[in-house]
Design a protein. Sequence first.
Length: 244
Amino acid sequence: SLNHVGIVLGLELSRLSRSNKDWHQLVDVCGIFNTLLCDQDGVYDSTDGNDRLLLGMRGAMSEFELVTLRNRLARGTRNKAERGELFVSVPLGYLKQSSGEVVQEPDEQARGMVQLVFEKFAELGSAYAVFRYFTINRLRLGFRGLRGDQIGELEWRPVSAARILAILRYPFYAGAYAYGFHRPGKKNPVTGVTEGGKWFVSPDEMQVLIRDRLPAYISWEQYLENQEQLKQNRAIKGSRGAPR
């Protein structure tokens, strides 16, 4: 924009149109200051109508190529999930082996703490009551490090109410492989807040659900009973509320 540049050189210039706004802004600025564009296919003058049309078409094709790649990746991910083979990470109490097989946590005490969560929920009837029990008795859950120097090592950490709730809601613990049990939200461009998302959806809304795919801590029937109990614990109209 200081009118000091006569030509812009680059390889595959149209890849700038991954953001179409940036691509057309470059073409417009080059046209204003009579700056040429050049890549391995030729030299373009954005003040010329034919060159400008060609640049616009190449930009549109490059932008659409990105959409195509994203769709292919999404379909590949979905196909792998439908086979029950997509494990980005496994929940607490499970271990993904180098072969890709998912097994229960090999440490007996760590397994016992996860099992205790379900036993205490059946007894106390509230996720927060289970959290309170673990806190009062100073019980901890065993986590496997995912990064850093302690990757794969067992580490004991205090529980949180959110972690207890996640364990109760994860279908993995009932031996079911699930994909799409999070409903993504959309970011409001005005407020910047993500709205409409939901951390866990009901089994009917999950994109992929394969029962008896993993080693289970509880039965599927017990899992459904737990979800109904959690639903009734909510302080909303039509629910009984949490036991006190």
